[in-house]
Design a protein around this ligand. Sequence first.
Ligand SMILES: Cc1cc2nc3c(=O)[nH]c(=O)nc-3n(C[C@H](O)[C@H](O)[C@H](O)COP(=O)(O)OP(=O)(O)OC[C@H]3O[C@@H](n4cnc5c(N)ncnc54)[C@H](O)[C@@H]3O)c2cc1C
Length: 292
Amino acid sequence: MIPAAFEYKRPMSLEEAISHLAELGYDARVLAGGQSLIPAMRYRLAQPSVLVDINKLPNLGYMHEENGMLRMGALVRDTDVEFNEQIQRKYHLISDVSRVVADPIVRFRGTVVGSLCHNDPSGDWAAAAIAARAQMVIQGKNGPRVEAIDQFLVDSFATSIGEGEMAVEARFPMPNSLTSGAYEKIERKVGDYATAAAAVQIELNPDGTIKEAGIGITAVAHMALRVAEGENLLRGQKPSLELIRAAAEEARKIADPNPDARGSAEYKKDMARVLVGRGLIKALRRLNVVVA
Ligand SMILES: Cc1cc2nc3c(=O)[nH]c(=O)nc-3n(C[C@H](O)[C@H](O)[C@H](O)COP(=O)(O)OP(=O)(O)OC[C@H]3O[C@@H](n4cnc5c(N)ncnc54)[C@H](O)[C@@H]3O)c2cc1C
């Protein structure tokens, strides 16, 4: 399929990119890795009149820790994350996700920030960002603003990015030595979108009780969801199988999937439950806590 005609801009600075976006409004779309936008244009599901290609912008491929946050620029590709030793060692949830998004070819071009901006209801990064309590930095003509991920992810394929703005960074809170996470995804074959998936992150208190819990599920509703009731059940409690079962059940309750070739609605709801349970057990095991 051939996309509809469009104009192409390749700014060399962030200011220039913002200025194009401000001038062109919603007619313009940012082009990052192109792994979702280009297929959508080829199927004419998206017909922007102008593409603002951000790939030549300097200084957006950074990934470093600062002020308690891992800061990831808008040009960090999935593979940059996947093969980063610090991520593998310390950011268990992010590392898990980076290995199962699509296939290596897509991961080579696709960006984490682009995926969050796309906000596909089956996207892997949105669930992870919810569980990790990520933040997004959005830049417009009036400068940058920071938004919590729950405010940023608005609806299917919709975010809080306004006219004339772009996302410049995703921020993930730095885990301490009592924090771990996991991502559990089932897919029909390697490289497919999830049939269902769950992201979890747990922080323990020194006494072994759960200080903070994050649970995000994806592919089982109109967008990735926070399992807030499950998080509430976990907070302050000592990990046990019974507790995990109860928290995971909250995922089944809020999942509201469509039946399709990947499975029935009931199956997907139950998989959300199973995957949250598995994720919690794996995250705890990574903290040397074995629940029985
Ligand atoms: C074969 C295939 C399989 C896939 N499988 C999966 C999968 O299993 N899991 C999964 O999560 N995804 C999957 N994807 C989708 C893909 O991983 C991501 O959606 C994609 O990489 C998004 O990042 P990008 O940089 O390519 O964004 P683009 O395609 O360039 O952009 C996507 C959208 O986000 C906007 N955008 C991008 N960057 C910014 C920015 N900085 N500021 C504002 N708006 C921006 C664009 O304007 C566009 O609307 C798959 C894609 C393909 C082609």
